[in-house]
Design a protein around this ligand. Structure first.
Ligand SMILES: C[S@@+](CC[C@H](N)C(=O)[O-])C[C@H]1O[C@@H](n2cnc3c(N)ncnc32)[C@H](O)[C@@H]1O
Length: 272
């Protein structure tokens, strides 16, 4: 087995990616900060394994002794420090119980320019004002499941690489290409220039039903915020409004559930 570094001190600076350095600064801000290099945390043995199997640039891995044995095959090939700490130490450093004995810190993927990201893309999602990390994680998981080429985010949508989003996405937030659209909503015009039909998902009665959508063209599905939905400005940029029919008396679906139904409806052949 490869060399590892045993750590017993919860204040060990080498574990700072995993610990709250300054309690006045929210964790997500620490993880995003340029000063820290920008990193993302993957929690749990399954997610750590999946992430280490990708070409993510690993900063370090922190495991308990028993997880070290169970993950030995994949950890052998990691070109980064492997820290080993007893469960109580790891729990105090990480702060809560989702880690299940294994966490990894990886570099945030470098954001590519929109045109390069969308080269050859035919199916994408555009999120506006999604502030719930779990909903955003689910949208990424659904995007991966139904073969979307990319997910775009307006400036107010939360961070897909915040640890809760990554966890709910089952790591797909690190794999599905994504980028911010700025300025918003003018940046949506760029999508149309690139050949996309902007399809607003909105439950209003004046929308056509999802089944009527033209699947032969490149589609950018627009998803709105949990409360009020897509803004008037974003709706004004849409080429077409589409709804998923619901039983009478129901106002709307959860945005992540909407994404699953919509992405499935336009998925290319090849699902297994
Ligand atoms: C909780 S809903 C917002 C509901 C809001 N009252 C509205 O009218 O959009 C969040 C997002 O999910 C999508 N959504 C929810 N139900 C939908 C439906 N039945 N058809 C199409 N999109 C839907 C829309 O993109 C919406 O912006």
């Amino acid at each position: 087995m490869r060399d590892v570094i045993h750590v017993a001190d919860v204040r060990d600076a080498r574990l700072s990616d995993y610990s709250a350095i300054d309690p006045r600064i929210p964790r997500r801000d620490v993880e995003r900060a340029a000063v820290s290099g920008g990193y993302a945390i993957c929690e749990g043995p399954l997610l750590v394994r999946r992430t280490l199997e990708t070409d993510a640039r690993v900063r370090s891995v922190l495991v308990t002794p028993s997880r070290l044995r169970k993950l030995a095959d994949i950890l052998d090939g990691v070109d980064a420090p492997i820290y080993v700490a007893e469960k109580a130490v790891l729990e105090e450093v990480v702060g809560y119980a989702f880690h299940r004995g294994a966490v990894a810190s990886v570099e945030r993927p470098v954001q590519r320019p929109l045109a390069a990201l969308l080269e050859g893309a035919r199916r994408i999602a555009v999120c506006e004002g999604i502030t719930d990390h779990e909903n955003l994680g689910s949208i990424f998981r659904n995007a991966a499941a139904f073969g979307l080429d990319a997910v775009l985010l307006d400036p107010t949508t939360c961070d897909p690489l915040y640890r809760r989003s990554i966890r709910v996405s089952m790591g797909h937030a690190l794999r599905v290409p994504w980028a911010r659209v700025e300025p918003w909503p003018d940046g949506l015009d760029r999508l149309r220039e690139l050949g996309f039909t902007c399809v607003a998902l909105t439950p209003g009665a004046d929308s056509i039903v999802l089944d009527e959508i033209d699947r032969s063209v490149p589609i950018a599905f627009m998803l709105g915020t949990e409360g009020p939905g897509l803004t008037a400005a974003a709706l004004g940029r849409a080429d077409v409004r589409v709804r998923i029919p619901m039983a009478p008396g129901v106002d709307s679906l959860n945005v992540a559930a909407t994404s699953a139904l919509a992405f499935r409806a336009i998925a290319d052949d090849g699902l297994v």
